[in-house]
Design a protein around this ligand. Structure first.
Ligand SMILES: [Zn+2]
Ligand SMILES: [Zn+2]
Length: 390
């Protein structure tokens, strides 16, 4: 493939209000060895894009095309890509022209460093990230390594699948680290629900019929476990649905009324502002909003033995913590990037729940506007750029 494409490029970080992304014509990239060339259908807009735009995260490549929640169609394969298992899943059928795939934040790892070797590829010493180290999806075409892209569940449109690729995956990793999903968390199959595993590697189950959806939640406990979620944007709106499906009660904390009402709409039992008393202690909490004081608020509302996960890549400083707030084996930890296992399992569970994305739609040329809306709390659910009609 040759020719040019439209792309939104960031030359230098600047406040979102200055609309720093510029529409440019670039050559359509060539897929390198092991890569696929994708025609971008849709690309989600993430808070990390905003941090890159405004320079909260230092530039890794300049100029850069941001965007790391990409749904695209394979239009060309680089040398050897036809031999690669997508998503790093052993036995998965290699990609072919016309396949629809998702590209997440984790662009590639070295697969050899000590973190990769022990299964923590999210911490890879030589990881590269989509839309930060390499050009991303705010463009008509992009390239990605075939081993780091994912087939998407049937029945999801490009627009509704896009938010799963970072917000969904990061939210899922948070849920894993606090024990809502993953080993020991009460898998649906263990509770007599249909097996969560794909019928064959690389193929996802179709979306369940309405009747099957009523089969959750999967876990029974003396009382439902309680999850506080701080910052009710895209990631919160997606992982709330998974947590409820797993039998947890969700308490939503947001400064914006629209976000609190979204939390209740999605099944949260309570919604308030930070500082409001939910009247219970949380067994676990996730802080998605990049405000350090929320980490302390979450910690202070945690039951003994509870855990707070900080889901952001950036945060303002965390205020001092008094020892009694963290005593009784309370834990506070950050969450960095994600593994391919997180991505595969999120996509599997998203199809089973099924997770429904609330999408606020923008055209590609409206990316600056979408980022400003995100900054100013005007996105309800997930902002997604429509690059090509579905
Ligand atoms: Zn590594
Ligand atoms: Zn992201």
């Amino acid at each position: 493939m040759s020719g040019t494409m439209r792309a939104l490029r960031l030359a230098a970080p600047a406040p979102a209000a200055e609309a720093p992304l510029q529409m440019v014509e670039l050559p359509v990239p060539e897929p390198g060895p092991g890569q696929v060339l994708l025609r971008v259908l849709a690309c989600g807009v993430c808070r990390t894009d905003l941090h890159i735009l405004e320079g909260d995260l230092p530039p890794h490549r300049s100029p850069v095309v941001p965007g790391h929640q990409i749904v695209g169609e394979v239009v060309a394969l680089g040398a050897g890509a036809e031999l690669v298992a997508p998503g790093g899943e052993p036995g998965a059928e290699p990609l072919a022209i016309g396949d629809r795939v998702g590209v997440p934040w984790l662009h590639q790892t070295d697969e050899t460093c000590r973190f990769c070797r022990r299964g923590d590829e999210n911490l890879c010493e030589h990881a590269s990230f989509t839309g930060w180290d390499v050009d991303g999806g705010f463009a008509e075409y992009t390239v990605a390594p075939a081993g780091f892209v994912y087939r998407l569940p049937a029945g999801m449109t490009a627009m509704t699948a896009a938010p799963l690729l970072c917000a969904g995956i990061i939210g899922y990793r948070c849920l894993r680290l606090i024990g809502v999903v993953g080993e020991g968390a009460g898998l649906p199959s263990a509770a007599g629900l249909p097996s969560a595993a794909p019928e064959e590697p690389g193929r996802w189950p179709d979306w369940p019929e309405e009747a099957d959806r009523a089969a959750g939640p999967a876990v029974t406990a003396a009382r439902p476990r309680r999850l506080g979620i701080y910052g009710f944007g895209s990631a919160a709106s997606l992982c709330t649905q998974v947590a409820i499906w797993r039998g947890w009660e969700v308490y939503g904390v947001a400064r914006d009324e629209e976000h609190r009402s979204l939390a209740l709409e999605l099944g949260a039992v309570w919604a308030g502002e930070s500082g409001d008393d939910p009247g219970v202690l949380y067994d676990a909490a996730i802080v998605f909003a990049p405000a350090g004081e929320l980490a302390v608020d979450a910690l202070r509302r945690l039951d003994k033995g509870g855990i707070v996960a900080l889901g952001g890549i950036y945060s303002s400083p965390i205020p001092p913590i008094e020892y009694p707030w963290i005593y009784h084996e309370r834990v506070i930890r950050s969450v960095a990037n994600s593994t391919r296992q997180d991505a595969r399992e999120l996509l599997r569970d998203a199809a089973l729940v099924p997770v429904v994305s609330r999408v606020q739609e923008y055209d590609l040329e409206q990316a600056n506007e979408a980022l400003l809306d995100l900054k100013e709390d005007r996105v309800r659910g997930s902002a997604v750029l429509r690059v090509v009609a579905d």
